[in-house]
Design a protein around this ligand. Structure first.
Ligand SMILES: [Zn+2]
Length: 84
């Protein structure tokens, strides 16, 4: 079993919230090192989180969510050999 892109992106929130076990975090980190696409997605999430924290909001603006979703969708589609 490998840590695929889909999984890495799916776990991003839990990862940033510190809800994952160290083992999963390690696997995702390892994947990010080898995968620029996921690294970009995580970077985006990290920035998003810090912006939210700075503003003292508990929920991200819908606009940012749309941007994020579009980003993830695009990454998934551009992943070779993935999708249905
Ligand atoms: Zn990836």
């Amino acid at each position: 079993m490998t840590t695929g892109c889909d999984h890495a992106v799916e776990y991003v929130y839990q990862f940033l919230d510190g809800e994952l076990t160290w083992w999963r975090r390690t696997r995702i980190r390892w994947h990010l090192r080898r995968c620029a696409r996921c690294e970009n997605a995580f970077e985006f999430e990290t920035k998003l989180k810090s912006v939210i924290r700075e503003r003292g909001r508990t929920e991200p603006p819908a606009e940012l969510f749309d941007t994020l979703r579009a980003l993830i969708e695009r990454e998934r589609r551009s992943s070779p050999g993935q999708g249905r």
